[in-house]
Ligand binder design. Structure first.
Ligand code: ATP
Ligand code: MG
Length: 174
């Protein structure tokens, strides 16, 4: 899978609609402190289904919505669109939107889908929210300090087999 474009609106500090093209190969995000580098990476994780407040550095899920500043009013929704291409080159457009008081909704190529469908799609392609395809601040130190079981989970994410655990748990609970 290849991530080609990211569109953000009302997500954290990206209050005005913003569009970023992502070229093939390794992408680095540089800029002064507080300019939104980590927010960008979090937007990619979020659209892939990330729901852990800790990894989004937020208290609740609605905290990803632009909270307003002294000169700008808060927004009532946040939306992130990820344009990707699967290994066959087919377009995969994923949208996640959250509205205050209304929770999150996901769309893939224009169709409503469940959060889990999105998370599994990316996990299977080894580019999921927890995959080593996204290297955030402190990640290298985490890999070095990880316990063997945690390190195995990282390798499973990298290999694209993490979704199998979810499917097995599902099958066992039926
Ligand atoms: P550093 O170099 O220090 O790691 P960074 O470029 O990674 O900085 P981020 O952490 O991505 O910066 O961005 C931080 C900025 O985002 C802060 O100014 C913070 O106020 C703003 N921010 C985060 N969440 C929201 C929100 N919900 N509404 C408005 N602004 C937000
Ligand atoms: Mg940062």
């Amino acid at each position: 899978m290849e991530i080609r474009k990211l569109k953000l609106s009302g997500f954290k500090s990206f209050v005005e609609p913003a569009e970023l093209r992502i070229e093939p190969g390794l992408t680095g995000v540089v800029g002064p402190n507080g300019c939104g580098k980590s927010n960008l990476l979090e937007a990619i994780r979020w659209v892939m289904g990330e729901n852990s407040p800790k990894s989004m550095r937020s208290g609740g899920m609605e905290d990803v919505i632009f909270a307003g500043t002294a000169s700008r009013p808060p927004r009532d929704f946040a939306e992130v669109v990820l344009h990707a291409a699967d290994d066959e080159g087919e377009a995969l457009d994923v949208t996640r939107r959250i509205e205050r008081g209304a929770g999150s909704a996901y769309r893939v190529n224009g169709n409503d889908v469940r959060a889990k469908d999105v998370a599994l799609t990316f996990a299977d392609a080894a580019t999921g929210a927890h995959s080593p395809a996204l290297v955030s601040q402190g990640k290298i130190a985490q890999v070095i300090a990880a316990k063997p079981a945690e390190r195995r989970m990282m390798l499973e994410e990298a290999a694209g087999i993490a979704g199998l655990h979810v499917r097995r748990r599902d099958a066992e609970s039926k």
